[in-house]
Ligand binder design. Structure first.
Ligand SMILES: NC(=O)c1ccc[n+]([C@@H]2O[C@H](COP(=O)([O-])OP(=O)(O)OC[C@H]3O[C@@H](n4cnc5c(N)ncnc54)[C@H](OP(=O)(O)O)[C@@H]3O)[C@@H](O)[C@H]2O)c1
Length: 299
C-alpha cells in the first residue's frame, strides 16, 4: 500500500514516514503546497492508494489575526487534497484536532459529538473536516473514501515545525535555564505522543475500517499543570523544580481554548485497537529523546 504523507517534515508527519517505512511517500512543502491546487498534480504521477494530510497552520494564537492564512492551509488545503484523492481514487486521511470542540461538555468527547470551535484555528480545522467529509467521493453513487482523524496536544521527537518545538521540550528548556515555570491548571486534554498516533494509524489503515470520523489520542487525561509535573516526576527532577499553577485567564492569550477537550477513542476501541496511557507514552518519549535512560515500553 503506497501512502503519501503530506507535511512529512512535521512532528506527526515524520513519525508517519517512519511508521510506514518503505510504503511511505514523504512529501514536504518543497514537493507540494496544499494551498496551490496545481502543485498537487505530483500526486497524480505518484498514484498513492492513501494520502495522509498532516499539513496545517498550527499556531493557535497567530491564527486569530492571520485568519486567511489559517483557512487557506487548514480548509482550502483540505478541499484541494480531497479533489486530488477523487481523481486518483485514493483514500483521503485528514488529521484534525480536539480544538474543534468548545469544551463545554465537561467530559470526554466522542466521535459523533457536535463540534463548536471557539477559536479561528479550530474553526479552520472544522471546515477542513467538512471539506474532507463532503468532497471525498469519486462518484455520488460510490462511498466517500475518507477518514477524519482527530488527535490532541501532540508532542513528538521532531517537535512541531509550526510552533518551533513541543510543550515537553519547552518545559525542559525552561527548567534547564532556571526560568520560572507557570502552567495552567484549568485546561484538560489528552497529551499524545505522535509516534503512537503514527503506529496506530498504520494498524488502523491495514484493516480498512468503515470510512468516517475517528479519535486517536493517548488514553487518560490531565491538565497542563499535572502534565508538566509528570514530565519532571519521570525525569526525577520534581524535587528541584518549582511549578506554579495558574488560570488560563492569567496568560492573556489571543485565542480562547476549550477548558476540557479530552478525546474518547470509542470507535478505535470498537475495532479492538487500544492506545496506551499518556503517562507510559510520555516516559517512552523522554527515553527516546535521550533525557533519561531506561527500557522503553512497548510502543
Ligand atoms: N500540535 C498539536 O498539538 C496538534 C493537536 C491536535 C491536532 N494536530 C494536528 O495534527 C497535524 C500535525 O501537526 P504537527 O504538530 O505535526 O504540526 P507541524 O509539526 O507544524 O507539521 C505541519 C506540517 O505541515 C507543513 N505545511 C504547513 N503548511 C503547508 C502547506 N501550505 N503545504 C504543505 N505543507 C504545509 C509544514 O511544513 P514546514 O515544516 O515546511 O512548515 C509541517 O511539516 C495537523 O493537522 C494539526 O492540525 C496538532
Amino acid at each position: 500500500m503506497k501512502v503519501a504523507v503530506i507535511g512529512a517534515s512535521g512532528q506527526l508527519g515524520s513519525d508517519l514516514v517512519k511508521a510506514f517505512g518503505e510504503d511511505a511517500i514523504p512529501l514536504t512543502r518543497r514537493d507540494l503546497d496544499v494551498t496551490d491546487a496545481a502543485s498537487l498534480n505530483i500526486l497524480k504521477e505518484l498514484e498513492p492508494e492513501v494520502i495522509i494530510n498532516t499539513a496545517a497552520y498550527v499556531r493557535v494564537d497567530d491564527a486569530e489575526v492571520e485568519v486567511e492564512k489559517a483557512f487557506r492551509v487548514n480548509a482550502i488545503g483540505a478541499f484541494n487534497v480531497a479533489k486530488v484523492c477523487n481523481e486518483i481514487n485514493a483514500v483521503n486521511v485528514y488529521i484534525s484536532t480536539d480544538y474543534v470542540f468548545d469544551g463545554a461538555k465537561g467530559e470526554p468527547y466522542e466521535e459523533d459529538d457536535v463540534p463548536n470551535p471557539i477559536n479561528v484555528y479550530g474553526l479552520s480545522k472544522y471546515t477542513g473536516e467538512l471539506f474532507t467529509r463532503n468532497f471525498s467521493f469519486k462518484k455520488k453513487t460510490l462511498p466517500k473514501k475518507y477518514y477524519v482523524i482527530r488527535s490532541s496536544s501532540l508532542y513528538g521527537k521532531a517537535g512541531s515545525s509550526g510552533k518551533g518545538g513541543n510543550f515537553v521540550e519547552f518545559m525542559i528548556q525552561k527548567a534547564k535555564n532556571g526560568e520560572e515555570i507557570k502552567v495552567v491548571k484549568d485546561q484538560f486534554m489528552s497529551p499524545t505522543y505522535t509516534k503512537d498516533v503514527a503506529v496506530m494509524l498504520k494498524r488502523f489503515l491495514a484493516i480498512t475500517p468503515e470510512f468516517g470520523f475517528y479519535h486517536i489520542a493517548n488514553e487518560g487525561y490531565c491538565n497542563w499543570y499535572d502534565f508538566t509535573k509528570e514530565i519532571f516526576n519521570v525525569l526525577g527532577w520534581d524535587a528541584k523544580i518549582q511549578i506554579t499553577p495558574i488560570k488560563s485567564s492569567e496568560l492573556k492569550k489571543l485565542a480562547r481554548r476549550p477548558i476540557f477537550s479530552v478525546l474518547k477513542n470509542n470507535k478505535l476501541d470498537d475495532l479492538g485497537l487500544r492506545m496506551r496511557d499518556w503517562k507510559e507514552a510520555l516516559r517512552d518519549y523522554l527515553i527516546e529523546k535521550g533525557w533519561m535512560r531506561g527500557r522503553k515500553a512497548r510502543g
